[in-house]
Design a protein around this ligand. Structure first.
Ligand code: UDP
Length: 488
C-alpha cells in the first residue's frame, strides 16, 4: 500500500552554481527562496503520486523533492498502492477518458473502488502528517486521498494535474465530473496549461510547465565512450530483432575501442559509423501513436512516401535508417496495466511488415530495476539518434520532447495540444497534423532526414528554448510561489 520513496539526489545547487551558464538560474531561485521560504514555516510538503518509475511524473519527482528540500522546504514523496488490481485499470480508463480516448460510464461501483483504495492510502499517510502540512496530489489516481485528508486533518491540499486537453468532448467531461468532489475539496489546482482544466475550475487554476534537470542521468552530456558503454552493457531486451544487429554491434565496439584511445574525435566517429536513427521512447500506450509511426517507417523504407531530395545519397540514407521504439518493461509499471496489451498490439503490427523493414526496427523494453541505469540508457539512445519523434495522439506536455530538444536534436511532434505548444513548427522541429496518418509522418521523416542543415538549426533553437523556459529551476520557483499562496 502507501509507501514513501527515498530520494537520493547527489547534485546540489552549489554544483549547478559553479557552472557559468546556470549561475543566473540558480541565483534567481535562491532570491525567490529567501523571500518565500520564511513565509512557509516549518510545515512538510508531501508529494503524492501513483508510481515511482515510468512516465513524466516519476521522472520529475526526485529533483523537485530534493531542490525544495535544499532551499528550506521539507519535502517528501509517497506513492499510493492498490490492494485491488482493478483500481489502476479504472484510473487508466479515467486517464484515457480525460484525453477523449475512452468512454464511460463511470458508475457507483467505480466510485466505491476509487474511494476504497484512496481511503486505505489516506489512513496510512495520516500516520505521518502533522497539522499545517501541504499534500500535493499528482494526477487523478490519489485525488480521493487528498479530499479525505483535507476534510479530516488540518492540512492544505493542492491538485497538480499533468494531464488534460483544451477541449471537452463527452468522455472528458464525464471523467472530470466523476472527479469533481475530490478536485473541489482541494485548496488549489494546477494544470500544465490553464485551458486543460475542467469547466468547473475555469478561472481558478494556476498554470505551471514541467522542467528538466540538465544534469540528471537522463540529460547530462555523455562522452562517446560512456555512451557506447551504456548501450553495450545495457542487456537490452528486444521484443523484435536483436537490439544490436551484428553489423550495428560491430560498429559500436569499433567506436568504443576507437574512442577510448582517441576520445576527442569520438563524436566525429559517431556520425561516420552510425546509421541514421529515428527514435521514439515512451510508455507503451496507444496514445503515444506507436502503430502509425511504425507504419510510417515502413512506408518511408519502401519508398511509398515522396522522396524529399533527388540526391542519391538521400536514397542511401533512407536505406540505412533504423527505427528504435523503446519503452519501460511493462511488468514493472504498477499504474499502467494496459501497457502489455498495447505492446502486444504493436508487435502484431510489426509482424505484418516485410522482412526488410523488420530488420531495421528494434522494439526495446528497457530494464527498470535501476533508475540510474534506465535514465542512462534513455539518454544514450536519444543522443545517438538523428531525429527524435513523439507521435502522440494526445499529450498534455511531452517531457521526452523537452529532453530531446535539450540534447540539440530535431524533433517531430504532433498537433496534440502539449506538443504543438512545445515545438515551434519548422523552427525547433516539425509538427505532424494528423498523427494517425502514416503518409504525413513518413513525409516529415523524409524531409528531416534529407536536410542536415535544417536538423542542426532546429536542434540549436530547440536547445535554446529549453534553456529559456524548461529547466527545473524555473519550476521550483513556480512551486515556491504556489505553496506560499496555498498556505496564506
Ligand atoms: N521514460 C523512461 N524510460 C522509458 C520510457 C520513458 O525513463 O522506458 C521517461 C522519459 O524519458 C520521460 C518520461 O518517462 O522523462 C515520459 O514523460 P512524458 O511527459 O513524455 O510522458 P508520460 O509518460 O508522462 O505520458
Amino acid at each position: 500500500m502507501f509507501e514513501e520513496v527515498e530520494v537520493k539526489e547527489p547534485i546540489t545547487l552549489e554544483a549547478y552554481d559553479r557552472e557559468a551558464y546556470l549561475t543566473s538560474r540558480v541565483s534567481e531561485l535562491r532570491a525567490e527562496a529567501a523571500k518565500l521560504v520564511p513565509r512557509l514555516g516549518p510545515r512538510t510538503v508531501w508529494m503524492i503520486s501513483s508510481t515511482s518509475h515510468g512516465g513524466g511524473v516519476a521522472e520529475m519527482m526526485p529533483k523537485l523533492v530534493s531542490l525544495l528540500d535544499e532551499v528550506g522546504v521539507p519535502c517528501r514523496w509517497g506513492i499510493i498502492g492498490a490492494d485491488r488490481a482493478e483500481f489502476f485499470a479504472l484510473t487508466k480508463r479515467i486517464h484515457n477518458m480525460i484525453h477523449g480516448q475512452a468512454s464511460g460510464p463511470l458508475d457507483a461501483h467505480d466510485r466505491a473502488l476509487f474511494e476504497g483504495v484512496n481511503r486505505r492510502n489516506a489512513d496510512e499517510l495520516a500516520k505521518h502528517i502533522a497539522p499545517g502540512d501541504v499534500i500535493v496530489i499528482h494526477d487523478p489516481q490519489p485525488l480521493g486521498l487528498g479530499a479525505f485528508l483535507r476534510r479530516e486533518h488540518a492540512v492544505r491540499v493542492i491538485f497538480r494535474s499533468h494531464i488534460g486537453i483544451p477541449t471537452s468532448p463527452e468522455p472528458t467531461r464525464e471523467a472530470w465530473e466523476f472527479l469533481r468532489p475530490y478536485v473541489e475539496a482541494c485548496d488549489r489546482s494546477v494544470f500544465t496549461f490553464a485551458d486543460y482544466a475542467p469547466e468547473y475550475l475555469k478561472g481558478h487554476v494556476t498554470a505551471m510547465q514541467p522542467g528538466i534537470d540538465p544534469w540528471s542521468h537522463k540529460n547530462r552530456e555523455l562522452r562517446p565512450h560512456k555512451l557506447m558503454g551504456v548501450l553495450c552493457n545495457a542487456g537490452l531486451q528486444s521484443a523484435t530483432s536483436p537490439v544490436l544487429t551484428p553489423a550495428f554491434e560491430h560498429r559500436v565496439s569499433r567506436l568504443d575501442g576507437a574512442s577510448r584511445t582517441r576520445p576527442s574525435d569520438g563524436c566525429e566517429d559517431l556520425g561516420l559509423l552510425f546509421r541514421p536513427i529515428v527514435t521514439q521512447i515512451s510508455r507503451w500506450d496507444f496514445l503515444k501513436g506507436w502503430e502509425p509511426l511504425l507504419l510510417a517507417f515502413a512506408r518511408l523504407k519502401t519508398r511509398g512516401s515522396h522522396m524529399a531530395s533527388a540526391d542519391p545519397r538521400h536514397a542511401r540514407r533512407i536505406d540505412l535508417v533504423r527505427l528504435i521504439l523503446a519503452g519501460p518493461d511493462p511488468s514493472s509499471i504498477q499504474d499502467d496495466p494496459q501497457a502489455h496489451e498495447d505492446l502486444r498490439s504493436l508487435l502484431a503490427t510489426y509482424r505484418t511488415l516485410p522482412a526488410e523493414v523488420r530488420n531495421d526496427v528494434a522494439i526495446l523494453t528497457l530494464p527498470m530495476h535501476s533508475r540510474k541505469e534506465n535514465a542512462l540508457i534513455v539518454n544514450a539512445l536519444q543522443r545517438c539518434s538523428t531525429v527524435v519523434i513523439q507521435n502522440s495522439l494526445e499529450e498534455g506536455f511531452g517531457l521526452t520532447v523537452t529532453e530531446a530538444m535539450w540534447k540539440r536534436l530535431p524533433v517531430i511532434g504532433t498537433s496534440a495540444s502539449g506538443l504543438q505548444r512545445q515545438i515551434r513548427n519548422r523552427v525547433d522541429g516539425l509538427v505532424t497534423n494528423d498523427p494517425r496518418d502514416p503518409d504525413e509522418i513518413a513525409h516529415n521523416l523524409d524531409v528531416l532526414l534529407a536536410d542536415e542543415h535544417m536538423r542542426d538549426a532546429m536542434g540549436s533553437s530547440g536547445q535554446r528554448r529549453v534553456y529559456d523556459h524548461s529547466l527545473v529551476f524555473n519550476q521550483i520557483r513556480a512551486w515556491l510561489r504556489l505553496l506560499t499562496n496555498a498556505v496564506a
